[in-house]
Design a protein around this ligand. Structure first.
Ligand SMILES: Nc1ncnc2c1ncn2[C@@H]1O[C@H](COP(=O)(O)OP(=O)(O)OP(=O)(O)O)[C@@H](O)[C@H]1O
Ligand SMILES: [Mg+2]
Length: 693
């Protein structure tokens, strides 16, 4: 065991102090030997001398580490522990795993476990530091023992000075190790965040499309923060110190069995208290999380719609709803704090009571001449030390429970959102878009909003979708672009199901302008290029020109570099729609889907839109447009009419219009040119001109 322990320690010392500290390793070895000697030969009174020796060796090790290393050894120690652990895991898994944050789809449990396992040896290092610290912490009580049992009877000043100097050195060593341990823990938290942050963020982006928008969309990131926060705090040190409790108890038993039994009883009571605290805080902590989310949701909704709130005096009503949610939140928080606080108080008093009873029982033993005075004090201090981790654990239980609940929620989220596999790269689609018997429901809901939708469009054609409000037009196009998954049925590009592409790959072939245009904080150019890392300036300008937005953009003071603010608030609604159109056209995607792109456009904008749609068709793409205003239907040759979630009509524009509006006689050629003509502008022209090409 000693051999295994020493080789593991050596490895860890090496990891902890980087490659340059061969000598530190040697001292580590000596240290390990001392620890082994301590446990093998230390007993009774010799324990104190043995442990002083061990502690001195540790301090030697610490000081050497500090002086030997050239600059920033502590930083290196902490970082290299985590990095070495991390790189070992990364080399074991695929090389791309760390760079992209993606992992092969597997169970989320293994994904989270892998992230934690990547820090395993850093945890072992923390365990080792904790071990050293716990041995060092014996110093105070052993000093007391020496003072009472040796210095006072012998009245020897040199002994007192000697052991006092040793004690100061030991305390310095303790401070150093505590310092390193805290830094390593912070870095473990950081490493976990690094391993999971990207994955959690991308899962959060997809979550509303799978589970709906219920609850707080920021919760997964908050959960990761609380796990990281717990790991980086002093909470875990209590867990690392707990295994040392039996060792302290054994030492107290060595002083006298009555003292040992007393300390053991105290420990049992405190452990039971910890378990009770665990049971009683679990429910209030999750209730507090839920009410906190509700409260947060009201704040976000209120600030997002600040204009509506101000214009119509809704602040009072909203504030009273917020107050109710806030009261719930505070009440839940209070419950958590009450439970944690009362257990904290009880455990503190119990610990003090135990220490005093140790003194009392010790005194009785001295009177009975069963123990020396030094033993009483040392045992009292030791029992306090033994139970300190339980105390610390109870004090940090709230953080522990919320971190654990966060971890469980994260596990669920990642299980629901497995990392995308990197499917084989398919050739860019260039022939057809098909929807077969699609049944579509909102994410997380059961009710079918669109039923049995089937149609196919060939390259070079355009489809206009019309129908009354709420008939399911937007729902259908959301499934067409892959934003929503149909409950059943299929959506295909060139005969291949949409999910045969990774969402990133598929995104290159799809341009989508949603009904509620959302731009992101950033520059115009960044928004048009979809925040692509290697954005191409020519492609950005080409897209802007195709959308008829180039002149508008260069008229801004900073042109393409104009910051458009959160949600594009620095732009007018029509400007936003034009820039969003340019974003949809960026890099000439095969399928361009526009959901009421003209709702805020003026005449010029609409003409530009028609030109853009014809441009897509000319280059062999497919354009699908949802429109209430029929002008833009001049640019399509197929029409789909929807009603109550079903495809009411679908076919060439002429035929559909002839069927739907028999009183409207076609007045123009049934084969208008691909380019818009003057008569495509008036409102009814789209219907009257009709005709496909
Ligand atoms: N996220 C959602 N969750 C639940 N139901 C939804 C959701 N989005 C839309 N619906 C419902 O689906 C139906 C169709 O909505 P959809 O937005 O597709 O209509 P639309 O034809 O685009 O209407 P409009 O012309 O007003 O844009 C509506 O009854 C609506 O209430
Ligand atoms: Mg709609």
């Amino acid at each position: 065991m000693a051999v295994g322990f020493s080789s593991a320690s050596l490895r860890l010392m090496g990891t902890a102090f980087g490659s340059a500290q061969a000598k530190v390793r040697l001292v580590g070895l000596i240290l390990v030997a001392c620890v082994a000697m301590f446990f093998l030969f230390g007993s009774g009174r010799h324990v104190s001398i043995g442990s002083m020796l061990v502690a001195a060796a540790m301090v030697g090790f610490g000081c050497l580490a500090m002086f030997r290393a050239r600059g920033g050894v502590v930083q290196d120690a902490a970082e290299s522990v985590v990095d070495a652990a991390h790189s070992r895991t990364v080399t074991r898994s695929k090389p791309s795993t760390r760079a992209t944050g993606r992992r092969p789809a597997g169970s989320a449990r293994s994904e989270l476990a892998a992230a934690l396992a990547s820090c395993r040896s850093a945890f072992v290092a923390v365990g080792l530091f904790s071990g050293m610290l716990n041995v060092l912490m014996l110093a105070g009580s052993l000093y007391m023992l020496e003072v009472y049992d040796r210095v006072l009877p012998s009245r020897s000043l040199p002994t007192l000075v000697g052991i006092s100097i040793l004690l100061v050195i030991l305390y310095c060593g303790q401070a150093f190790l505590d310092f390193v341990r805290a830094r390593v823990l912070v870095r473990i938290g950081g490493a976990l965040d690094e391993a999971l942050g990207h994955r959690v963020y991308t899962s959060m982006l997809r979550l509303p499309l799978k589970a709906g928008r219920e609850g707080d969309s920021l919760q997964p990131m908050r959960d990761l923060d609380s796990v990281r926060g717990f790991l980086s705090g002093i909470g875990p040190t209590a867990l690392f110190d707990l295994p040392w409790m039996p060792i302290y108890l054994v030492i107290i038993f060595m002083f006298h069995w009555v003292l040992g039994v007393t300390a053991l009883l105290g420990a049992i009571v405190l452990v039971v208290l910890t378990l009770l605290a665990e049971r009683l805080t679990r429910q209030p902590v999750s209730a507090a999380t839920l009410s906190g989310n509700r409260r947060g949701g009201l704040i976000t909704a209120g600030t997002r719609n600040a204009e509506v709130v101000a214009a119509m005096g809704m602040a009072g009503g909203l504030a009273s709803r917020w107050r109710d949610a806030n009261l719930d939140f505070i009440a839940d928080q209070r419950k958590v704090s009450d439970v944690a606080g009362s257990f904290g108080a009880v455990s503190k008093v119990l610990r003090m009571l135990l220490q005093s009873s140790m003194l009392g029982i010790g005194a009785w033993l001295v009177i009975e001449q069963e123990a020396t005075a030094g033993v009483i004090i040392a045992a009292s201090i030791l029992s306090g030390r033994a139970l300190a981790p339980v105390d610390l654990a109870i004090a940090n239980w709230k953080g522990f429970v919320s971190a654990r609940q966060g971890w469980q929620r994260l596990t669920k989220v990642l299980a629901a959102m497995p990392a995308e596999n990197e499917p084989m790269l398919l050739p860019a689609p260039n022939a057809s878009v098909t929807m077969q018997n699609a049944m579509i429901a909102a994410p997380g809901a059961q009710r079918l909003l669109v039923q049995d939708a089937s149609f196919a469009m060939e390259a070079g054609h355009g489809l206009g979708i019309i129908g009354p409000s709420g008939s399911g037009k937007s729902t259908l196009v959301r499934a067409l672009v892959g934003a929503w998954q149909p409950v059943s049925g299929r959506v295909k590009l060139d005969g291949a199901d949409l999910d045969q592409w990774s969402s990133q790959e598929r995104g290159r072939h799809i341009g989508y302008l949603p009904q509620d245009v959302e731009l992101f904080a950033g520059t115009v150019a960044e928004n048009i290029s979809r925040f692509e890392l290697d954005a191409d300036a020519d492609a950005i300008i080409a897209a802007a020109k195709a959308a008829g937005a180039h002149d508008l953009i260069v008229s801004f003071r900073q042109g393409y570099e104009t910051e458009i603010g959160e949600h594009g608030e620095a732009l007018s609604a029509g400007q936003r729609q034009r820039i969003a159109l340019a974003r949809a056209l960026y890099r000439d995607p095969f399928l361009v889907v526009l959901d009421e792109p003209n709702s805020n456009l003026d005449m010029d904008g609409e003409q530009a839109l028609i030109r853009a749609m014809l441009g897509v068709r000319e280059r062999g793409g497919v354009v699908v447009i949802v429109a209430h205003r029929p002008n833009v239907l001049a640019a399509v040759d197929f029409i789909m009419a929807m009603n109550q979630g079903r495809l009411h009509e679908f076919g060439p524009k002429d035929e559909v219009f002839a069927k739907m509006f028999p009183m409207l006689r076609p007045v123009a050629s049934s084969n208008p040119p691909l380019r818009p003509t003057a008569d495509s502008a008036p409102v009814a022209a789209g219907i009257r001109t009709g005709g496909g090409n």
